[in-house]
Write a protein that binds this ligand. Structure first.
Ligand SMILES: [Zn+2]
Length: 80
């Protein structure tokens, strides 16, 4: 066993806890950013059969309606 003084052991204990807390905090910030919902027109789908509006992943062009399970196709509106 490695001889360690009380102060050094306490310092290593605190250092490990601070490192663990900072890793968990960084992981939480990363997960919050990854799962963040942002509203935009490209994410908004509208079902043609039941007229239910819902949000889907970015850059998705086809999805299923969560209410009636109908296939919904995202149509980009052109500006004239
Ligand atoms: Zn529907």
């Amino acid at each position: 066993m490695i001889p360690v003084s009380m102060e050094t052991g306490f310092f290593i204990y605190l250092l490990i806890w601070m490192l663990t807390i900072s890793i968990l905090w960084g992981r939480k910030l990363w997960r919050d950013h990854a799962q963040e919902w942002m509203l935009s027109k490209s994410r908004l789908f509208r079902c043609d059969s039941c007229h239910y509006a819902f949000i889907n992943k970015e850059n998705a062009t086809i999805s299923r309606c969560p209410r009636c399970n109908n296939v919904c196709i995202f149509r980009k509106h052109r500006r004239f």
